[in-house]
Design a protein around this ligand. Structure first.
Ligand code: ADP
Ligand code: GN1
Ligand code: MG
Length: 365
C-alpha cells in the first residue's frame, strides 16, 4: 500500500491529531486499522480500507451504513439510551461531508469512532458473553424491524443464496483451474450429500412462507462488541446489512459462538458443539426478537443451525478450488482447512440436533 494512513485520516473530520496506527482485528475482507490520537482527551478511531474488488459499489454500501446507523441512533435516542456512541457505530464524515474518502489509488476508506474499552472475541469463553452477544444481535434485528428495505442497496447480491452458491461451486468444479479437486474429494462429497437439505430455508423464503427482514448477514462473534465486564455494546461490520431471513443471523452467530475451536481449526477433534453457549446465546437472541417471530420462523429456527456453517464451508471450498481469490489466506491450504473445520462442525451439530431443537422450543415457548 503506497497510500499513507495519516494522509487518509487527515481527510476525515476527526478530533485530535494522528499519533500512530496499527492493523486491527481478524477480518477476512477489509483492512482495518486502529488510529490512536495524540491528545489524551480526544477519541481514537477505526480506519477501514474497504475491499472494492469484493464490494463493487462502495458509495452505495456506505450509504447503507449511514441509513442504518442513523435509524438505530434515532431509536436509541427515543428510548433515552445513555452513552449512545457505545451502543451503535458512529460514522465520521470526510471534510467534504462524505461517509468515505477515496485515496489516490482508488481505494475507499471509512472512519468510525473507536469504542473505548470494547472487546471483540474470536472465541466465546463463558455464558455471559454468549448471552450478551445474542441480545446484541437480536436487538439489532429488532431495531431494524421497521426499516424500509427498499432504501437499502444489495451490497452483494445473492450473498446467502445457497442455490446460487451451489451453482458457482459446480461451475468451479467443472473448471478445476488449479487442479485441486484431487485434494478434496471428501469435502466435495460432503457438499453433494447435504446440498438438498440445506436449501430448506431458501425454499420457505421463495415460497413466501417466511418473511424477508433486514438482517446483518455477518454475525460471527467478532462482529459483536462487548465491554470489559462482558456486557453487550453493539453489533459492528455493517457491510452486508441487507434483506435476509432471520435464520441467517442466528445460524451464522452460532457457527462461531458454540464452536469449541476456531473457524479454521486444523485438529478436527478439537471441534465440538457447546450446548451451554448455544443455549445462552439463543436466550439472549430470542428474548429480543420473540415478539416478531412468525410460527413458521420459530419452528424452523433449529433446522437452520447447520445452514451457515454449510454455506461458509461451501464458500471456503469454492475459493480453494478457484485459487484463493476471495478470502485473505495465511498459508497455502488455508481455505481448505477452513472448509474442513466447518464441515466437521456440522457433524457435531447433527449429533446434537434433538437437544438443539428441544432447547430452542423451550426458549421460544
Ligand atoms: P472486517 O470487515 O474486516 O471484519 P470489522 O468492521 O469487523 O472489519 O472490524 C475489524 C475489527 O475491528 C473488529 O472485529 C473489531 O475488533 C474492531 N472494530 C471495528 N470497529 C470498531 C469500533 N468502532 N470500535 C472498536 N473496535 C472496532
Ligand atoms: C467474511 O469480513 P469478515 O471477516 O467479517 C465474509 C463473511 C464470512 C466470514 C467468515 C463480505 O467476513 O461472509 O462469514 O468472512 N464477509 C464477506 O469468517 O464475504
Ligand atoms: Mg468483521
Amino acid at each position: 500500500m503506497n497510500v499513507s494512513i495519516i494522509t487518509v485520516f487527515n481527510q476525515f473530520e476527526t478530533e485530535g491529531r494522528f499519533d500512530h496506527a496499527y492493523p486491527f482485528g481478524t477480518g477476512h475482507i477489509n483492512d482495518t486499522y486502529l488510529v490512536k490520537t495524540f491528545e489524551t482527551h480526544a477519541p481514537n478511531y477505526i480506519l477501514q480500507r474497504i475491499n472494492h474488488f469484493i464490494f463493487p459499489n462502495v458509495p452505495a454500501l456506505m450509504n447503507n451504513v449511514v441509513l442504518v446507523t442513523e435509524h438505530i441512533q434515532k431509536k436509541l435516542r427515543a428510548c433515552a439510551q445513555s452513552n449512545l456512541e457505545r451502543h451503535c457505530l458512529t460514522l465520521i464524515v470526510s471534510q467534504h461531508k462524505q461517509p468515505y474518502v477515496q485515496d489516490a489509488e482508488g481505494y475507499y476508506w471509512a472512519c468510525y469512532l473507536y469504542i473505548d474499552g470494547s472487546k471483540s472475541h474470536d472465541l466465546v469463553v463463558n455464558d455471559k458473553q454468549a448471552y450478551e452477544g445474542g441480545k446484541m444481535v437480536g436487538r439489532f434485528l429488532d431495531l431494524l424491524n421497521d426499516f424500509p428495505p427498499i432504501l437499502l442497496h444489495e451490497t452483494l447480491p445473492a450473498f446467502h443464496d445457497v442455490e446460487s452458491r451451489l451453482n458457482r461451486f459446480t461451475q468451479t468444479l467443472l473448471e478445476n483451474s488449479f487442479d485441486r479437486i484431487k485434494n478434496c474429494s471428501d469435502e466435495i462429497a460432503f457438499v453433494h450429500a447435504h446440498a438438498d437439505e440445506m436449501q430448506f430455508i431458501l425454499r420457505l423464503g421463495k415460497e413466501g412462507k417466511i418473511p424477508l427482514r433486514i438482517t446483518h448477514n455477518d454475525t460471527k462473534f467478532n462482529n459483536i462488541l462487548l465491554d470489559e465486564q462482558d456486557n453487550g455494546l453493539c453489533v459492528i461490520d455493517l457491510d452486508t446489512v441487507m434483506p435476509g431471513y432471520i435464520h441467517y443471523d442466528l445460524s451464522d452467530a452460532i457457527r462461531t459462538v458454540a464452536n469449541t475451536a476456531a473457524e479454521d481449526e486444523k485438529e478436527l477433534q478439537k471441534i465440538d458443539f457447546n450446548i451451554d453457549l448455544f443455549t445462552a446465546f439463543s436466550r439472549g437472541f430470542v428474548g429480543e426478537v420473540k415478539h416478531t417471530l412468525t410460527a413458521l420462523e420459530s419452528e424452523s429456527l433449529a433446522s437452520s443451525i447447520p445452514l451457515m456453517p454449510f454455506l461458509m464451508g461451501l464458500r471456503f471450498l469454492t475459493d480453494y478450488l478457484a485459487g484463493d481469490v476471495y478470502y485473505k489466506i495465511h498459508f497455502p491450504e488455508h481455505n481448505l482447512q477452513r472448509a474442513r473445520a466447518q464441515f466437521q462442525f456440522i457433524r457435531c451439530i447433527q449429533r446434537k440436533m434433538p437437544e438443539i431443537d428441544s432447547i430452542l422450543r423451550k426458549i421460544i415457548e
